[in-house]
Structure formats: structure tokens, C-alpha cells
Design a protein around this ligand. Sequence first.
Ligand code: PAF
Length: 280
Amino acid sequence: MTAPILRQLDELRTTTAPWLRAGGRIGVVPTMGALHDGHLSLVAAAKMACDHVIVTIFVNPRQFNNPEDLANYPRTETEDARKLARFDVDALWVPDADQVYPDGFATTVSVSGLTDVMDGAYRPGHFDGVATVVTKLFTQTSATDAFFGEKDFQQLLIVRRLAADLDLGVTVHGCPTIRDIDGLALSSRNLLLSDRARTMAPRLHDEMEEIAAGLSRGEDFEPLREAAIARLLTAGFTQVDYLDLRAQSDLRSVQDTAQPARLFAAAHLAGVRLIDNIAV
Ligand code: PAF
């Protein structure tokens, strides 16, 4: 069944009021659209765990540090609604911009610490934009549960932190990264890759798996990292922003896997910035 598309806050509140009176769980899947199987896996998880499911689609200008990136971000609302039809979600919250950022909007939610590294360092203001819009989407939808992909692992930790710090009463669920058959992590940005770049893109994940294999053989991280970066640059990646080994709990930099750790990468290929992470 096609879910109603709600664009105004009063429509959203009318929709959620009876759910709130009945006391059910309201699951929210926040997205910026251009939905792929990764998003759909979050919707499936939300359907399993919750009485009502809202998918939000909002290309949030405040989290783009680069205007060109915002202009190029894929927008595919009709197709997105079609993909969601088989999940029987209860509503799509596709707010008009003024429903999120009304005139005079002056509040920023900013999480410290976790945002200092990786994408926080390379994309100034990005996580303030994410934290602010996610806080709004949670409160607007009266979410009890929210579903995020581990592909954006740093974002997932930041959202968990803010939900706890602000007593939002939202349980934040992290769901595994979904990959194409060749290992490339699904991302809306993959739509921006040329055919040629798309064939090279899985190299990023391949190199991360190489490092993970080296670590499990007891090799040192630093030489593994340097060799992987050199191979990526030779293969046609134009820049590697980071290729880091970090503690899974708080993203502090580590040199071995004595505690649960993840490898995190961000690299540019043919004008598209790809990110990925794996547990090691
Ligand atoms: O992961 C995303 O698509 C966005 O950062 C989110 C969480 C929908 C906030 O705009």
C-alpha cells in the first residue's frame, strides 16, 4: 500500500496523535532519499520492531559543507515512494523546508568529542547539521525508535550520544551495512559514479579487507595502511582523506585490535567521496 506523503507538521501531528494515545512504538527511518537496499533494510528492521513506521525524506541543507555537493545530491522522490510501497509503512515525512527550518531558526545541536575526527574534521559543520536535523525529526515524529545504517558509523555513535544526552527517549538501532555483490557499500552517492568509476569503487573495501587480514596475521597497522593508500592512489583514487583504525566505542585512534575496533575510510574517486568502515 502506498503510504501518505506528509509535508506539513499539522498533518504529521494529526497522523501520530492516535498512535501516541494508544501507546505504541513509533519507528523512524531518517533518510535523504535516493533510497537503496541499505535504506530498505532499515525499513524492514523498523517494521519488525515497531507498531508504526515513518520514513523521513529530507535533503538537509545544513549538513552539506559544499554547495555543489548539495546541488548534485540525487533526488528521486517518486521512485523512493514506489520502493517503499511493498513495506506498508504508515507515513512518509517529506517536510517542506520551512517545516524544519522556519524563519528565524537559531538552534544548533552540537555533539563534542565524537565529531572531532574523520568526517567531523574533513567536513566542517556537517555533524552539527546532522545532529540538529535528527533531533528535529525525532521530536517532530514522536519517535520511540530510530534506525541508522552502520555504513555511517560515526553518525550512528553521534546520534546515540545526542539521544541519550538530551533524554529524547529514542532507542537508536544500528543496522549492518548492505553491500553490492562486489563489496561496494550501498550509498545514494554511488548513483553519481560513472560506469568506469563504479568498476573501480569496490577497491576501497578490498583494501580495507587486506588491512584486516594483515592485522589478523599480527602485522603492524601503519605499514599496512601506507601500502593500501599507495595502491588506491595508483588505482585511480585521487585522494584518501583518512584510513584509520579506531575503537568502536568512542572512535579513539588505536594501533591494534586488543579492543573491539573498526577500520574507517574516506576516499575520492572521479569527483565522488566514498566512505566505508568494517569491524576488525
Ligand atoms: O544518513 C543520512 O542520510 C542523513 O545524515 C540523515 C541521518 C538522514 C540526516 O539528514
